[in-house]
Design a protein around this ligand. Structure first.
Ligand SMILES: Nc1nc2c(ncn2[C@@H]2O[C@H](COP(=O)(O)OP(=O)(O)OP(=O)(O)O)[C@@H](O)[C@H]2O)c(=O)[nH]1
Ligand SMILES: [Mg+2]
Length: 246
């Protein structure tokens, strides 16, 4: 699992402990890669301090270079055949990681997306404005992929697909871009409850939202002018739901 971080020292250790514990309990051999962008709050040093206790690599970058490129760099150093991404702020429940992996394995998936927008998924804490924005972002992507939560930042993907796909946008939402550019066909969505961060600040911004629109435009262009892809095989499952496990 790649965990991109920028100023996440408040709960990073707790997250690492929880994700490793969840995987160990289910017999999933986990490797974690933390990609830190020289966080002013010292997240990078804190992450280094965890390397003795966990199978963990830390990539230090010079400054805030963006979430998307952080994830791509994490994929480059990961040694596992299945790679994934999750946020550091407990919005993505650690207990779901082994469920995602199980789906990946059982379905022979190319990509497993943790989804807020299939039955069983939710965003209970969000105000109406954020719900509308997020739903709209996902709706705008429906012409590109059958995935309901195209804006998800919590997913697993075959490493060969992730590494072999050139990503153009450096922005927040790379799952959709990986799916569209690679032509990945076995896509699975697993519902989860997205909990708002309790500590630290959001890095989502108007700039990131604008970047998403540019990304969509480029992907629609590619779809219209690029080589024809085989139709997507789409399988949606309902497992691993319930309250976020902390
Ligand atoms: N390395 C790196 N990580 C980043 C960067 N921007 C965001 N992140 C991390 O990416 C994850 C998602 O960022 P968040 O700020 O939680 O974005 P969000 O979940 O859309 O917004 P909230 O719901 O408000 O938390 C977190 O783990 C951040 O620390 C970046 O530029 N570089
Ligand atoms: Mg967050």
């Amino acid at each position: 699992m790649v965990v991109p971080t920028y100023n996440e020292r408040d709960r990073l250790e707790e997250l690492v402990v929880a994700v490793f514990a969840a995987c160990e309990a289910r017999g999933v051999a986990l490797e974690m890669v933390i990609v830190d962008d020289n966080s002013p709050d010292g997240t990078g040093a804190l992450a280094d301090g965890l390397k003795d206790r966990f199978r963990l690599q830390v990539v230090h970058r010079a400054g805030k270079l963006g979430l998307g490129t952080a994830v791509v760099e994490g994929f480059q150093v990961a040694s596992a055949a299945t790679v994934g991404v999750m946020d550091a702020d407990f919005s993505h429940p650690p207990g779901l990681v082994p469920d995602l992996y199980q789906e990946f394995h059982d379905e022979g998936a190319d990509v497993v997306v943790a989804s807020r927008y299939v039955p069983g998924g939710s965003t209970p804490d969000w105000p109406l404005r954020r719900r509308v924005l997020s739903r709209t972002a996902c709706l705008l992507a429906r012409g590109l992929s059958p995935i309901r939560d195209a804006a998800s930042g919590f997913f697993l993907i075959r490493r060969d697909i992730a590494r072999g796909t050139l990503i153009k946008a450096g922005g927040f939402k790379i799952c959709l871009e990986l799916i569209v550019r690679s032509g990945a066909s076995r896509l699975v969505e697993v519902p989860y409850r997205f909990d708002d961060r309790e500590l630290g600040d959001s890095k989502m911004s108007l700039r990131e939202a604008a970047g998403y629109l540019v990304q969509l435009r480029d992907l629609y262009r590619l779809r219209l002018t690029g080589p024809r892809r085989p139709p997507h095989v789409y399988s949606r499952v309902s497992v691993g739901t319930g309250p976020a496990r902390r």
